[in-house]
Structures are given as C-alpha cells and as structure tokens.
Ligand binder design. Sequence first.
Ligand code: ATP
Ligand code: MG
Length: 559
Amino acid sequence: MAENKTIAANFIQNAIEEDQKNGKYTEGIHTRFPPEPNGYLHIGHAKSICLNFGLAEYNHGLCNLRFDDTNPTKEDTEYVDSIQEDIRWLGFSWGNRRFYASDYFDQLYAYAVKLIRKGLAYVDDLTADEIRAYRGTLTEPGKESPCRNRSVEENLDLFERMKNGEFADGEKVLRAKIDMASPNMVMRDTVIYRIAHVKHHRTGDTWCIYPMYDFAHPLSDAIEGITHSICTLEFEEHRPFYDWLLDALDFDPATRPRQIEFARLNLTNTVTSKRKLRQLVEEGYVRGWDDPRMPTISGLRRRGYTPASLRNFCEEIGVAKSNSLVDVSMLEHCVRDDLNEHADRVMAVLHPLKVVITNYPEDREEYLLADNNPMHGGRRFVPFSRELWIEQEDFMEDPPKKFFRLKPGGEVRLKHAYIIKCDEVIKDAQGNVTELHCTADLDSKTGGATAGRKIKGTIHWVAARTALQAEVRLYDYLLETDEEGNVPADFIGALNKDSLTVIDDARIEPSVRLTAAGTHYQFLRTGYFVVDPDTTPDRLVFNRVVGLRDSWAKEKKKG
Ligand code: ATP
Ligand code: MG
C-alpha cells in the first residue's frame, strides 16, 4: 500500500508532518485502533482501521490493536475473536502489539491516586441524577458538589475503600476537579471512576471499580507511546480533557499523544450503530452478525466483498472533517471493480426454461471452449448437448419491438455456442410456457462457416444433462430509506421484507463443481456471486454480491 492517495493528501497526515517538522515524535509515528469488544466490526470501523494502520504504514511507524474493555457489562471474548479475524482479513497486522485497556488497570489506579494527591480529583457522593442536575447546561454554569473540597487524605481513603468493595454500585464516584463553570461540559469535573460489582471478561472479580473512557483512553495511549490518537468527531469536545489529564499527570508535551478527530463514515441505506446491529441479530431480523445483508465486516465478507474492495473504498472516500453521507452504491462500485478484474466468468441460469435443440443428436455431447476472464485470460470447456436451460426472461412469446432475445420464429446466439431459432413453444394446461423447441445452425459455432453471421442478441445457457443445481440467494437493501438514503430512526419499522430472495433450483455449468466457499464468479449477465459457506459437496449455495449495473459510475459520468 505504498501508494495511498488518501493518506498522502489528508489533513491528519499534514498534522503529522507538521509535528515532525516541529521536532515532535522523533522516535516515529505510532497509532492504535481501539475497538470496544461489545459487538462485531462494521464498515465504519473498516474506515478507522484503514486510516490508523494506513497512517502508520505510510509513515513507517506502528499501529497497535487495543481492546478498549473498560465496560465489563457488555463485553465478550466472542467479540475479541471476531474483531481480530476481521482486521487480519482486511490485510492489516498489529504484530505482537495486542493490548487491552484492562492490562493497565493497576497503572490507571495509580494515576488516579496521583491526581488525588495533587488535589485534582475527589470522591463524590452525589447520585448520578444529582451529578447531572449539578452539571448545569450549555447556557448555565454547573454547581459545585458539597464533596468537592474534601481533603486529599479523605479522598485517598475513600477511593481505596471504593476499590476494596466497601460501597455499592453508584454510591460514590471519583471525579476530576477542574471547573464547574467551564463552557465545555466535559470539563465540569468529569467522572473518571465508577463502582460496578461485575465480573470482567479478563480481570474476573479483581476489580469492582472501573475507569471511564475519558480517563482510560488518553492514559492507555500515553502508556503505549501512541503519538497520534485518531478518533471520530464526537470526541472533539473531549480533547481539552484529554490534554488536561496528560498535563496534570506530567506527560512531556514533546512526546505525549495528540488527539485528532475525523468524520465518521455514514452510508446511505445502512445503520452503523453497534447497538442497532446487535438488535437486528438478537431479535432475529437477520441470520446472525455475518448475515450477508449486514454492514458488518463479517457480513460483507460472506456477501462476497473482498479485502481489496473495502480498502479501496476507504481510500476512495477520503478523510473529512465534517460528517456526511456516502452513497452505498460507491461501495458496490468498489467490489464490482475488483471482481471484474479477478472473478472468472461462468454461465448459470437463475430461472430455468427448457430448450430442446431438435436437430442435435440425442447421444451427442461436445465441449466448447469459453474464456474465463477478459483480463487474465484462461479458458475452460463448457459441455453442450441437445437439452439446455435458458433464462425464462430471455424468451417472450409476444415481445415488444426492440426485444433482441428469443421469440417465436426468431434467432439468438447462445454464448460460446450456436445460433438457434425458436420453432415451437410448448405449454402446459394452464398456458404456461414449459419448453421451447429450437433448431441450431450447426455451422455457426466458432470456426464454422456461418460463425460470423450477424445476430442481435446473445444469451447464456447451461446444458441440462451436466448442469449442477444450486441455491442462489439474492439480496436487496435490508432497510428502506427516504429519498436521500437516510434510514429512519425507527429502523425496525423500515426493514425491507424483500431483502432476501432464495432461488433453490438455479442451474450452473459443471466447471464450478467442488469449489470452496469464498470463491467468486461472474455469472454472465446476472452479476457477481460468491460461494457461501453453507455449501456442501452435494449442494452449492451462492450469494449475489452485486449486480453488473454500476449506478455509481454512471452517476459520476453524468457529473
Ligand atoms: P460504541 O457506540 O459501541 O462505542 P463505536 O462505533 O464507537 O461504538 P468502538 O468499538 O468504540 O465502536 O470503535 C472503535 C473505533 O472505530 C473508534 O476509534 C471509533 O471512533 C471508530 N469508528 C466507529 N464507527 C465509525 C465510523 N462509522 N466511521 C469511522 N470510524 C468509526
Ligand atoms: Mg466507542
């Protein structure tokens, strides 16, 4: 990833270069990706991963993985495992630098004691509601807690007793002592430790007090020697506290971390809130975190997105300072682009209609050569015989004028094979078309005397005798939106009932027999597909990644 135009041009890289020009961070650049292990990663996290690991790589620095596990009630090792798998799959490595905020609980406690000793923190007895009421509003200053002027000794004693489990949840908190009249609400004596008698997934019952994010995050950064702590915009108003804390604890301004914010990624048609995604999973609206309709990295992977397509997408959208909405069709464009280059073409019929070539001998079977991929070449054999499947929609009994596929008396070219003519339409008692009887121009295949004959339409087909049957899952957006692509707040009410269509008797050419889950194909004319992990040796299951039509590229061309 030496050539990364987003990094080269982005304002965070400019800030890094500025810092180095000013003699800061001479030891090198060090970033981190800090997920909270309370859910699966989604496309927004992919953006943060690409940015943090990308900046480190670009500057010949390092990027740590740090699990921000300070909230034991919602965290789980299942999430830790999936997060690691997803980052590796995206193509990034944290080397041996996997950390947990909980690794630092002893150090964080010691820093809190140091703050108390300096008269910069106090134990408060106010309840959560009282703290909120005392906090004031954006237009009114806050009120000081009656506990604010406790002596250092009393604070040290109470904080230790908090740690020893002498108090119930919510009975006391530790707060930074800053300024209750600050125009910045975060600076109004923000809470830095709370009591929670809950088991932690790593530290078990060792602790019953846990540091708050605002306290744990800057200090974890400082402990790890992070130089640039990159986070999303909602932390902008927390930055003064970030700096206050590192000042208060005497971290050297020339080496200590600096927080820089960027705009989080929002996508049309998509929710990227872990809480909402968890609700979709837990209430059974989707089949799991890796349901191909989910914007989770595991869902996108199962859907058939490639690591390169997600990295390209993150690079393409750039890094912004103000929030905006990116069109999901651009994400689709990126995977289409990648698969166009790398996926082999095969023929598959999603809605089969039988065609009998009446002038083709019953016992004959031949193998025709077909190109795999226009960019990488390669060829395979495709069997042809008397009975074939074609797409139902490639035949119309009573077509409009510009219909160039098959119609009664009309001709069409079968891709890689012969020109055929429809002689007879067979119907069942209800009048449904069940079969077409056609004759082939047997000189019209490649190399034949009439191979060059001009025919307007070309359609795909699969020979019936050797066809594989497959289940094909087609997807539409999980959520309905307004015209701009915004998902309504009541997103459960906006679930698209038709987001999954299962076809259970698609027919596919035999070259794809025994392919592994994760293998991509372009099915001629119907889209890009990937083999789903539900596939077994006797049942193929495919997911459609995207259709072939690129609405994003088209819009872009229009301007
Ligand atoms: P939560 O509400 O559970 O905290 P979160 O989305 O902030 O959810 P984290 O695990 O805390 O999840 O996020 C890890 C990192 O990913 C953070 O640095 C966060 O800023 C970043 N991140 C999360 N969502 C996005 C997004 N949509 N775009 C860019 N970065 C994101
Ligand atoms: Mg978060």
